[in-house]
Write a protein that binds this ligand. Sequence first.
Ligand code: DAH
Length: 347
Amino acid sequence: MIEEIKKLVEEAMELIEKAQSLDELAAVDLEYSGKKGKLTALLKTLGLLAPDERKIVGQACNNAKNTVSESIDKKRSYFNDQAIARELDVPSFDPTLPSIPPGTTTGSYHPVSVVQASVERVFEQMGFKILDYYEAESDWFNFEGLNIPKDHPARDMQDTFWMKSGNLLRTHTSPGQLRSMKEFEPPFRAIFPGRVFRYERTDASHEHTFHQVEGIMIDKNLSVSNLIAIMKILLEAIFEREVTIRLRPGYFPFVEPGFELDIQCMTCGGGGCPVCKHSGWVELLPCGLIHPNVIRAGGLDPTQWNGWAFGLGLTRLAMMKYKINHITHFMSGDLRFLSQFKAGGAK
Ligand code: DAH
């Protein structure tokens, strides 16, 4: 029996010696000292021996296990030391190298953020609150309360991402009209910029995720000319030049009357290109006087209060301002695109 133990130890030592990796060591450990290992198996047969022999063999067996474990541990730390040494063996930091020029590693604003900031500045100066509302909305705030009941065809134009709860990712920033009317005492004026979502096929000017800014003014006896005056101030401040606009009647269930305010395409100057779908005009600013049903849904009395609202496509505005010909650039994460808009904003 003692001979057998010696043989097993020798065998194990040879394998440990030859082992080239931690995995191979673990295998040796298992084969000799593990639960089903060869030395463990011997220990289990001790009961068959005479009592005095049992003591000697038992001790020899335990010693053998210890010897094997110690060798395995030693080799294991040898492997670990080697791994650490390999890691440390990379060229070290050289403090004499010149530093990275300032500015090369700083981030830049996303073009939509640049445009959003400039819109916010214009409205701030005119006393508008800047509000942040939810990207996930209820059906009521996104549709129903905005005069778009369940069976209304306008819903087809704005399919979106629905949650199992029946809530949805907002298709526009217009739910803010209802939320702000519920939140503030009239008269008030506010804008709410943010991300919106549509179940949309991607082309040069359509994406499933984009940005809008909604504006609202609630007071007594507001008129379409108030609305147009503010829209002109906005566009001229944003583009820092005169822009050619046109106003067409437009239908949106939450405004009456409703308009489409178009601007002449700045990518092609009106000649026609993919951005303006070869029409020379880009729909930029749908707007109108808020429908009495919506004023009521917002908790106000439409015989006392009225207001106007607009919804501006911030993404589209950025495309116009910077002559970006494809909307997918915005979410591409391509630094060659993004780094053109440095802090402070590209002009
Ligand atoms: N919510 C509309 C959309 O995303 C845009 C809109 C139209 C907003 C007219 C308005 C408005 O405030 O008056 O298509």
